[in-house]
Design a protein around this ligand. Structure first.
Ligand code: PGA
Length: 249
């Protein structure tokens, strides 16, 4: 049985009082048994969130990390800094990092290596643009993203990997992939892992779907055989909506 996971990617939202408010609202709810829940606030709100969520069933993740261990990288944050505030999960490969900050598959590979060596868990995002889907290149594109950034990893590090398929055309647009489109890609990804590694590893990796997941569509998407949860952007900024998604399994 794979882990069922719902992670909220807050992106560049929620300063200190706003974080306090949202966390106060979130901790009022009981988290459904068996679902692992994460929130990913900005770096500056990680420590605040860890302290606030101590003893609660919500884990804290970072949204990014540098590939270097330390040194002359003005404005950057390392794995040990993140771990130092009690966070051991990081989102990597988000489409906004890929497109707005030019993060390539090879660059992401370096981040993946550092994070894995630091003992961190990675929520690794991948997915195609609309033009690539229209040209029927989405499977090749996804295969390439995974091959370059992840398929160098040894078998025994995959327990540190959570995958998140996020078709770029569905992120923040209100347009969701249909449950069938999500299932088709998730099954393809699982098959690629099986080809590269083996069936038992492929069947153990949680693959989340992300892109305009809302309380109204979460149940249908999560009911698909290879969808193990969601990475939630906009709807994670509202406690009631986020918890409704968590409870959609
Ligand atoms: P969205 O974002 O839910 O607002 O579409 C998802 C994401 O970017 O992870």
């Amino acid at each position: 049985m794979r882990n069922q996971i719902v992670a909220g990617n807050w992106k560049m939202n929620n300063n200190t009082p706003e974080t306090e408010l949202l966390l106060n609202n979130l901790i009022k709810y009981k988290i459904r048994n068996g679902v692992s829940v994460y929130i990913a606030p900005a770096f500056t709100q990680l420590y605040q969130s860890v302290i606030k969520l101590k003893g609660k069933d919500i884990k804290v993740a970072a949204q990014n990390v540098n590939a270097e261990v330390s040194g002359a990288h003005t404005g950057e944050v390392s794995c040990s800094m993140i771990k130092g505030v009690g966070v051991s999960t990081v989102i990597l490969g988000h489409s906004e990092r890929r497109s707005l900050y030019s993060e390539s598959n090879n660059f992401l590979k370096e981040k993946v290596i550092t994070a894995i060596e630091s003992g961190m868990e990675i929520i690794f995002c991948f997915g195609e643009e609309l033009s690539e889907r229209k040209e029927n290149k989405h499977f090749d594109l996804v295969k390439n993203q995974l091959t370059k950034a992840l398929f160098h990893l040894p078998n025994d590090t995959w327990n540190q990997i959570i995958l998140a398929y996020e078709p770029v055309w569905a992120i923040g647009t209100g347009e969701t992939a249909s449950p069938e489109q999500a299932q088709e890609m998730h099954a393809f990804v699982r098959q690629q892992i099986e080809y590269k590694y083996d069936a038992s590893l492929a069947n153990s990796v949680s693959i989340l779907y992300g892109g305009s997941v809302k309380p109204s569509n979460a149940k249908e998407i999560f009911s698909m055989a290879d969808v193990d949860g969601g990475l939630i952007g906009g709807a994670s900024l509202n406690a009631e909506e986020f918890i409704a998604i968590v409870n959609a399994f």
